[in-house]
Design a protein around this ligand. Sequence first.
Ligand SMILES: Nc1nc2c(ncn2[C@@H]2O[C@H](COP(=O)(O)OP(=O)(O)OP(=O)(O)O)[C@@H](O)[C@H]2O)c(=O)[nH]1
Ligand SMILES: [Zn+2]
Length: 204
Amino acid sequence: MSDLTIKRRVMIPVRAGDVMAEFISFNGDDSGKEHIGIYFEGTKEKADDYVPLVRLHSECLTGDVFGSGRCDCGEQLDEAIDRINEEGGYILYLRQEGRGIGLYAKLEAYALQDQGYDTYQANEMLHLPDDGRDFGIAADMLKALGATNVRLLTNNPDKAEQLTLNGIDVAELVPTKVHVNQHNRLYLETKAKRKFHTLKFDPI
Ligand SMILES: Nc1nc2c(ncn2[C@@H]2O[C@H](COP(=O)(O)OP(=O)(O)OP(=O)(O)O)[C@@H](O)[C@H]2O)c(=O)[nH]1
Ligand SMILES: [Zn+2]
């Protein structure tokens, strides 16, 4: 049973005012992480069998804020805003930087990747989990929001599995586009190879 409740909903015009988004804080998360829910009403008319489109987005300061080419996070966040603003639903912005190891440790991992280790090996070299995220908190947030039946925007099967195990019905898996460039190709290929992300690549 989830102990999370909604604390506050505040409307914020994002994308220079082009998109209205409601930022939602929660009571009851003792991690102190300040995970945030973001609701988009949707610009498209909703069908009778409408199910909200949901993106669980793990924080990535380098990608989300600075548009780093080493990963695909910034592009995926933009894509999620575009699609969810159109269809209606939620982005859960989870403060799980570096797949849960934190920003400083992610920079250590990047330094090891520059020496030839892959993204998961680099975490292991630092004696850290290759993916330290727990999506149970996302399930609790969805329950607090009353969104227990969702369409999930992801290529990561682990997100759907963890939501399902925690009582959320994932009605559909909606893949994101593959945002590949010369810097992040190995990062993306490694996700597909090691963690079974559903990514189909075209040659650059
Ligand atoms: N440790 C580590 N974390 C990374 C690296 N590159 C990106 N990340 C983190 O990986 C996370 C990516 O999160 P998401 O985009 O939500 O999820 P995903 O698991 O890639 O799955 P999708 O839903 O398919 O995008 C962010 O927290 C990034 O900071 C890396 O090389 N090492
Ligand atoms: Zn990133």
